[in-house]
Design a protein around this ligand. Structure first.
Ligand SMILES: NC(=O)c1ccc[n+]([C@@H]2O[C@H](COP(=O)([O-])OP(=O)(O)OC[C@H]3O[C@@H](n4cnc5c(N)ncnc54)[C@H](OP(=O)(O)O)[C@@H]3O)[C@@H](O)[C@H]2O)c1
Length: 319
């Protein structure tokens, strides 16, 4: 496939989803005369744990620019010659993106910006505007609507990452999840309500597909996914791949709502996760049609439930 005809700069490139996005962009390659760079802090660039990944990426041609995202001069210098900015910044730095987008608008070359989204649809329906975890992403979209006129933005709305959904989070097991080691699952209600998921490697693939289809992607909130399944279908896939029956517990959705309220009241860092799990269980990841096809991707191009469960079972067997 043709390489990407842009110079691309990535923020948050070594983060949880940034790793997948950076790897996919590097695999797609930039065409001659263009570059792929990450903008990162000195501390990340010199972190011993990050060296294997950074060395691999450097050997694939990645440029590493160090600086401070809150320093306008650092960012302006990094934008020189850049056509597309892909932000993968984490939840605690989402609001820093308004300055980054303003600087992009004022730059001589940046044409296209992907704000950090890659998650739950923050404008799914009328209730979405009141959900606490959506507030900073909503502010970024509002800033773009009001203040940004030249640079085009693309929001990639992927729903939950199936890879993360497959774990049982200590302290909030009741909100749902899976523990391969103990063959235990917790599902909300009967576990038969569908949820749309994207795998983390597919998020990278979808960003590249958006980059290859500017006319379909620019100025849009793209609704994309790997597949739709139910929590109980996931249990059955785990049973098939581990060859044993699993123990499943069922949490009524009202219990998830009560737990969510308690977690927000005590400012728990797990509160946002409880809200998101509730939103997913309520069906707010489902669409009559996704935008995958517009990006040139069919079901055969995406990972399947079997692929992702296989990866989770394989990882657990190495522990
Ligand atoms: N759909 C889902 O299930 C799901 C799950 C998790 C996250 N998400 C979404 O994915 C996006 C990225 O989240 P993530 O979990 O991948 O993020 P993350 O790993 O927490 O952080 C991503 C990167 O942001 C940069 N960063 C974080 N704090 C910073 C700060 N104070 N100053 C400068 N840079 C900072 C770092 O960049 P360097 O790499 O340069 O150090 C870090 O690696 C978010 O929009 C989040 O809502 C979705």
């Amino acid at each position: 496939m043709a390489s990407l005809p842009f110079s691309i700069l990535i923020f948050g490139g070594t983060g949880a989803i940034g790793k997948h996005i950076t790897s996919a962009i590097l695999s797609a390659k930039a065409s001659s005369g263009h570059s792929i760079s990450i903008f990162t802090s000195e501390s990340t660039a010199s972190n011993p744990d990050k060296q294997p990944l950074l060395s691999t990426w450097k050997s694939q041609g990645l440029r590493i620019i160090t600086g401070d995202i809150s320093d306008a001069d650092d960012v302006t210098r990094a934008y020189e010659g850049v056509d597309v900015v892909v932000s993968c910044l984490g939840r605690n730095s989402l609001l820093a993106q308004t300055d980054l987008i303003k600087l992009a608008e004022n730059s001589a070359t940046v044409q296209w910006f992907f704000p950090s989204e890659y998650g739950t649809d923050i404008e799914y329906d009328a209730s979405s505007k009141d959900e606490k975890p959506h507030q900073n992403k909503l502010k970024v979209r509002e800033f773009i609507r009001n203040e940004i006129h030249r640079v085009q933005c693309t929001y990639l709305v992927t729903g939950p990452y199936i890879d993360m959904y497959l774990s049982l989070v200590p302290g909030v097991e009741a909100i749902g999840g899976y523990d391969v080691g103990s063959r235990k699952a917790v599902v909300v209600n009967s576990g038969d309500d569908a949820v749309g998921f994207t795998s983390m490697p597919d998020v990278g693939k979808l960003v590249v597909a958006a980059l290859r289809n500017p006319s379909e992607a620019k100025g849009k909130a793209l609704k994309v996914q790997s597949f739709v399944t139910t929590p109980m279908e996931i249990v059955r896939e785990f049973e098939k791949q581990t060859g044993v029956e699993w123990t499943t517990s069922y949490t009524p959705i009202q219990e998830v709502r009560d737990l969510e309220k308690q977690l927000w009241e005590k400012s728990s860092p797990l509160a946002a996760l409880a809200t998101l799990r509730r939103i997913w269980a309520e069906g707010r990841t489902l669409y009559e049609q996704t935008d995958n096809k517009k990006l040139g991707l069919g079901p055969g191009d995406m990972e399947t439930l079997s692929d992702v469960v296989g990866r989770a079972v394989g990882a657990a067997s190495k522990l």
